[in-house]
Design a protein. Structure first.
Lengths: 493, 95
């Protein structure tokens, strides 16, 4: 029954309700696939016993005709979501043995809907990275390789384990988090669908914090419909997160097939960057043509402050991270240095040993830009630039319903290719980061392959709380692109 | 603006992060690369612009000031590396 693993969330849901197979069978097939895919290193922690127990309970409910909306559907969870009684590491040595005594709101919502936990996925340490190479638990391999090549490529980041697990059929769907592109960039380079909702749509409670004004959880799936299904159950209005917004959660699935006829789609001219491969521009043009062919109107719009989003982000995000990560002190939880003389040395060595290179670098940048005498020049200025970026989008949305852009400046790259120069790594998020700065929803949808056979994605950006529109347009792109290719399962040999 | 070795050590001290000797010079270089790159923000005229403090137009919610959780010292200290009778253990702070 190996083909069970390639099912979409929507199809598996129907099949379970029709009792064509059990959740135990489906869960078992996925657990075997995870076991056989160890070379991908997509999981930090596997939870087979819990998965089978949850599946058994789901089968009992299905038999009684008491199925909840995600009954018996096995998911992978990024290791940034706290899961009660299951180790949660954030990809860091400092949390190597941390077992949360509580559950994140997003994952609790999923279990309350009947979903099954397969395990916790690998990620860049504290979600800081675009290639999953900063994880303390080792890099993740992208299931995709270039035609005729046996070189491992990165799965993007920071939700690289989730992206790899979805692309390799190790789970029906996964959760991710996105602070500057960490759902959409890995989705794009693994041929999967990734949605970053509006800031405030999903509760951040129980998600290990990186940059609190930017972090947002979202679904990573095989299809746009699956993203609609999963988002509905991840999203909630949560009294435990004061930034969770009181806007009702619609049934997104009802809207995905509404089509794009009569919609106005904006093409931001500033997203044409020098030095981007011609394939990116060509795919973007194709995407616009697909939407036009389905009845949308394409309009050119301008977002003049686009080029300042990434540098402003690399002030705001590290500043917030330096504050959020101050809690790791070697006392209350996490790694503690041995043989220290005093409390100062305990803090400095616990943190020095517990955090990896990229995390230390970002904490130092953040501490510097917030330090006395530099605050106005860096942090205050970056927050003002952020206002200009948000205004750009407001002005653009006066002329269109949503925007279409490339998702990444290129396909997956080789391990180690960009680790020497931090800025070259940061540039991977050039098309995704603007959206986080303005708090907007955006979707990456697989749209085609490069000449070398690697997936590329297109991005749809919507107005605040208009995930429904983003999903609708994403579905139209998916229909036109007919992206059906799967990576060859080289990890089985 | 660029940072030197002394500044990096001062910032590392502020952040309470120990840096190995052989990581200090590379860190000086990396921070300067990043700070050099964000320097382009100086081109933007922000004199009349207010900083963005919230991306979503919403008033923060109020709730009753009451105890909603807590009282479980065992769960709270369960992950601490060193605990005695539900107290965190640290090196001596006051002589």
């Amino acid at each position: 029954m190996t083909d069970l693993t390639s099912l979409t969330l929507a199809d598996a849901r129907t099949a379970l309700l029709e009792k064509r197979f059990s959740s135990m069978e489906l869960t078992g097939a996925l657990l075997s696939a995870i076991e056989a895919a160890r070379p991908l290193n997509a999981f930090v922690t596997q939870t087979p016993e819990r998965a089978l127990a949850m599946a058994a309970e789901s089968d009992a409910r299905l038999a009684r005709g008491e199925a909840r909306s995600l009954e018996g559907l096995p998911l992978a969870i990024k290791d940034l979501f706290c899961t009660k009684g299951v180790r949660t590491t954030a990809g860091s040595r400092i949390l190597e043995t941390f077992v949360p005594p509580y559950e994140s709101t997003v994952t609790q919502n999923l279990w309350d809907a009947g979903a099954v936990l397969l395990g916790k996925t690998n990620m860049d340490e504290f979600a800081m990275g675009s290639s999953n190479e900063t994880s303390y638990f080792g890099p993740v391999a992208n299931p995709w390789r270039a035609d005729g090549s046996n070189q491992n490529l990165v799965p993007g980041g920071s939700s690289g384990g989730s992206a790899s697990a979805v692309a390799a059929d190790l789970c029906l769907a996964a959760t991710g988090t996105d602070t500057g592109g960490s759902i959409r960039q890995p989705a794009a380079v693994t041929g999967t669908v990734g949605l970053k909702p509006t800031y405030g749509r999903c509760s951040r409670w129980g998600i290990i914090a990186f940059a609190s004004s930017l972090d947002q959880a979202g679904p990573m799936t095989k299809t746009v419909r699956d993203a609609a299904i999963l988002l509905r159950h991840m999203a909630s209005i949560d009294p435990l997160d004061s930034t969770s917004v009181d806007v009702p959660v619609p049934n997104y699935e009802d809207i995905v097939d509404a089509g794009v006829k009569g919609l106005r789609i904006g093409i931001p001219k500033e997203y044409r960057v020098d030095g981007a491969p011609p394939e990116i521009d060509a795919l973007w043009q194709k995407g616009a043509d697909w939407l036009r062919a389905q009845g949308a109107e394409i309009v050119e719009i301008s977002l003049p402050f686009t080029k300042y989003a990434l540098p402003a982000y690399y002030i705001v995000a590290p500043a917030e991270a330096s504050s959020n990560l101050a809690r790791y002190d070697g006392v209350r939880y996490g790694h503690r240095a041995r043989d220290v003389r005093d409390i100062g040395e305990l803090y400095e060595r616990s943190r020095g040993e517990g955090f990896g290179q990229e995390v230390r670098r970002r904490i130092l940048i953040g501490t510097y830009v917030l330090s006395a005498g530099y605050y106005d020049a860096y942090y205050a200025r970056a927050q003002k630039v952020r206002t200009l970026i948000a205004r750009d989008f407001d002005a653009a949305f006066a002329h269109c319903d949503a925007l279409l852009t490339p998702a990444t400046p290129g396909p997956a790259f080789a391990l180690g290719e960009k680790t020497q120069d931090p800025v070259s790594m940061y540039l991977n998020d050039i098309f995704t980061v603007t959206v986080n700065m303005a708090g907007l929803p955006a979707l990456s949808v697989p749209a085609g392959l490069t000449m070398g056979g690697l997936p590329l994605g297109l991005q749809v950006i919507g107005k605040a709380f208009d995930e429904a529109m983003v999903l609708r347009i994403g579905r139209a792109l998916e229909l036109a692109a007919q992206f059906r290719v799967k990576p060859k399962a080289w990890w089985l040999s | 603006m660029s940072v030197d070795r002394k500044t990096v050590l001062r910032v590392a001290r502020l952040a309470r992060i120990a840096l190995e000797e052989n990581r200090i010079d590379p860190m000086v270089m990396e921070l300067n690369t990043i700070l050099g790159w964000v320097e382009q923000l100086q081109e933007v005229d922000v004199s009349e612009i207010a900083p963005l403090t919230s991306v979503v137009a919403q008033r923060l919610k109020m709730r009753e000031d009451e105890v909603t959780a807590g009282g479980d010292a065992a769960a709270i200290t369960a992950n601490a590396p060193l605990v005695e009778d539900h107290f965190y253990v640290v090196p001596k702070v006051v002589e």
